[in-house]
Design a protein around this ligand. Structure first.
Ligand SMILES: NC(=O)c1ccc[n+]([C@@H]2O[C@H](COP(=O)([O-])OP(=O)(O)OC[C@H]3O[C@@H](n4cnc5c(N)ncnc54)[C@H](O)[C@@H]3O)[C@@H](O)[C@H]2O)c1
Length: 344
């Protein structure tokens, strides 16, 4: 069977720890044939360690030798690389977030459609077992009333890479971490569509030196991104979503939470629990789920490869990712202007 020739663009942490293991596990369907990174030493190191036969200095050159690419660069470069790849007839799995903003995301979507190529954004939470179960439960939940989303980390500002640099990432805790749960929640409550956002972002840690931080140290003066965000989001059917995220909160412990209270039932996602009235009382259904992220990454890679071969449709499609980006844009704009922002 023909294997998909995969190129890696950006050979940092997520490429090495998530995508390379997933493609190796799926080696009957995919082979990593090329790698590129602006840091050539890093690209060569990864190529040697994982027996990747070709290293390119220029990603445009790499595009001539592959069927698909996985983009693992800082967010600023997602759009340019993805559009170039799609225009060259190369399928794209791009790490999250889709782009720095919705204008860029829209151009990526248009390039995918114009060239009839697959574009997937790495929102791998959709493939986590408890999330998939929650999605299956949505018909029984009924129309959502209130959705609660909390992506909260206690003192975990990434001390590596460029995550605190707004110019390269477009934002902080929201665009980096909150985007995952926002994507998951919007997917679960679809077809309800977000129409209005009122939000506040905070940037408190940059003012305070010597912060307690579990994920290494960072330059508090250079940090110019959000570290806390809260938002109130209205939907076209009158339902609402209460959103909170932080990667540096003064809280008891990290919290990854999504729950949807609907007209007929309610679901909690991490861990999976389902609540429903029956026999004149509230019933609670639980089951064992692992919440395994690497298993999710494997399913994501498989879905992408199958979609490239025309055997499946993308579970995480670029239209949904663009909607997430529009909501992120609206959160930042609402905070800046101190008023609600409407989403078309
Ligand atoms: N899905 C997830 O849960 C998840 C987790 C972590 C990171 N990410 C995303 O993955 C991307 C990369 O994050 P990371 O943690 O691997 O960062 P990283 O800093 O570990 O690696 C980034 C790599 O990109 C290279 N690079 C920078 N600019 C480049 C360019 N223009 N062209 C080619 N290579 C370039 C760097 O030299 C570096 O090796 C980001 O978009 C991030 O949001 C996703």
């Amino acid at each position: 069977m023909k294997r998909l020739k995969m190129g890696l663009i950006g050979a940092g942490g997520i490429a090495e720890n998530r995508h390379i293991p997933a493609y190796h596990a799926l080696s009957e369907q995919v082979e990593i044939t090329a790698v590129q990174d602006v840091n050539l030493v890093r690209a060569k190191e990864v190529a040697e360690k994982y027996a990747i036969p070709n290293v390119f200095e220029d990603y445009l050159e790499l595009l001539n030798h592959v069927d698909a690419v996985t983009i693992c660069t800082p967010n600023k470069f997602h759009e340019t690389i993805a559009v170039a790849a799609l225009n060259q007839g190369v399928h794209v799995l791009c790490e999250k977030p889709m782009a720095m903003n919705a204008d860029e995301g829209k151009r990526m979507l248009e390039a995918a459609e114009a060239n009839n190529k697959r574009l997937m954004i790495g929102y791998h939470y959709r493939f986590v077992d408890s999330v998939m179960l929650a999605k299956e439960s949505m018909p029984e939940v009924g129309t959502p009333i209130v959705t609660r989303v909390q992506a909260l980390r206690q003192r975990k500002v990434p001390g590596w890479g460029v995550f605190i640099n707004k110019d390269l990432q477009g934002g902080g805790s929201l665009i980096d971490w909150g985007c995952h749960l926002l994507d998951t929640a919007l997917w679960l409550v679809a077809p309800s569509k977000p129409t209005e956002v009122n939000a506040q972002t905070y940037q408190c840690l940059s003012k305070q030196p010597d912060q307690v931080n579990e994920w290494g140290s960072y330059d508090h003066e250079a940090l110019d991104v959000d570290d806390h965000v809260s938002a109130y989001i209205r939907f076209d059917n009158g339902s609402t979503l209460l959103f909170e995220c932080s990667w540096a909160a003064n809280i008891k412990a990290d919290k990854t939470h999504i729950s949807i209270a609907g007209e007929n039932g309610g679901v909690n996602v991490f861990p999976y629990e389902f609540y429903q009235p029956k026999y004149q009382r509230m019933m609670e259904t639980k089951t064992k789920t692992t919440g395994d992220q690497e298993e999710a990454a494997l399913l994501q890679a498989k879905n992408f490869i199958d979609a490239c071969f025309g055997k499946d449709t993308l579970k995480s499609n670029p239209k949904d990712a663009l909607l997430v980006t529009k909501v992120i844009d609206a959160i930042y704009e609402s905070s800046e202007k101190g008023k609600s922002i409407f989403i078309d």
